[in-house]
Design a protein around this ligand. Structure first.
Ligand code: ADP
Length: 339
């Protein structure tokens, strides 16, 4: 049975036209993009551009719409509203033009483990209409780029998880796409292989000018991206570089843990009245953004002795950005879905 990637490739090959870029177009543009699955709105009016040669992250908890957006950009699904364009071509009305310009690395493996690394690449190249010496030299180039030249004649089943993911990356690059889409690319990789993969993505960006879009639900992965779109319940809640997003939160994050959510609500109201701040209550905790967090922390503990179980002061993280925009923790959605 054909994999999704094979179907994608085969129909791109029939498009015929060379992958000429439309000058001046953002590599990826979303314009009021929406998608509903019947009664469930999975994407709600997303509008943003991805810039050329950046590593762009789609960060969101489970259920935020990452997979839906990924499938739309991969031309596997047509959105129910708005537009998504890659290199100026609408994914809904010009899918073959989009496929010629896009490399895709899905979460699920698309490798034939009983073939060698080189054979997997040749097979992928044929699906995109490449052949002969051009395909051979492309195969050599991409293997070199992902550091697997010496494994070309090895069966894929003999490779480590990280090496297999790099073969997936090489497959995604065989037809010289200008945009690479990766769905949760480091899932299942050990820490060393994760670092390697990020290094290869940076090389692609810096040396080949490839625009890379990565979905992730991991904050530490998102930190590697040049810019991020943070999604919650299908909406864009924040857009910018990790540093910019965190810098928008003033000063420190001061957190006061109480015994119960009710106690947190009561304490939050009293802190707000006394110190003229706008606390956010998250479960048992009261969180306040404040310059000179240590001093503020002491003032609050002295003002409300006995109500606070524990305290912390930290520099803002991406989770704080998420909480600031949504009023709830990043992982709460997932917990709620489980229960
Ligand atoms: P994520 O990848 O961020 O976990 P998804 O795009 O998978 O998010 O899901 C977004 C929302 O759409 C969720 O509420 C999910 O339950 C819903 N959803 C996803 N796929 C389907 C489907 N095939 N039918 C109905 N609802 C769906």
């Amino acid at each position: 049975m054909a994999t999704i990637q094979q179907t994608h490739a085969a129909s791109a090959a029939t498009a015929g036209a060379p992958a000429i870029e439309i000058a001046g177009q953002s590599p990826i543009q979303l314009d009021w993009l929406s998608h509903d699955y019947g009664s469930r709105l999975a994407l709600d009016g997303l509008t943003f551009d991805v810039r050329p040669a950046e590593i762009f992250g789609l960060l969101g908890p489970n259920g935020s719409g990452k997979t839906t957006l990924f499938r739309i950009l991969s031309t596997l699904m047509v959105p129910t509203g708005g537009h998504a364009r890659i290199a100026g071509f609408d994914v809904a009305t010009a899918p073959n033009q989009v496929r010629l310009r896009t490399g895709i690395v899905f979460q699920q493996t698309s490798l034939d483990v009983k073939l060698t690394v080189g054979e997997n690449l040749m097979h992928q190249g044929h699906l995109y209409g490449l052949s002969g010496s051009h395909l051979k030299s492309r195969s050599k180039e991409v293997l070199d780029r992902v550091g697997l030249t010496d494994r070309k004649n090895d069966l894929v089943e003999t490779l480590s998880g990280g090496q297999k993911r790099r073969v997936e990356l090489a497959k995604g690059l065989i037809h010289s796409p200008s945009v690479l889409l990766l769905d949760e690319p480091t899932t299942g990789l050990d820490p060393g292989a994760r670092i390697d993969l990020w290094n290869y993505l940076r090389i692609l960006r810096d040396q080949q000018g490839v625009t890379v879009l990565v979905t992730t639900h991991l904050m530490e992965e998102a930190e590697h991206c040049d810019r991020l779109a943070i999604l919650s319940e299908g909406k864009l809640v924040a857009l910018g570089s990790p540093a910019e997003l965190k810098a928008k939160i003033g000063g420190d994050i001061v957190q006061f843990e109480t015994a119960t959510p009710d106690a947190a609500n009561a304490l939050g109201a009293r802190i707000a009245a006394r110190f003229a701040v706008a606390p956010v209550m998250v479960g048992n905790a009261v969180r306040v953004e404040r310059e000179q967090g240590h001093r503020f922390l002491t003032e609050v503990v002295e003002a409300f002795p006995g109500e606070i179980v524990s305290v912390s002061v930290s520099k803002p993280s991406l989770e704080d950005v998420f909480i600031q925009h949504t009023g709830h923790r990043f992982w709460l959605d997932q917990d709620e879905e489980k229960s």
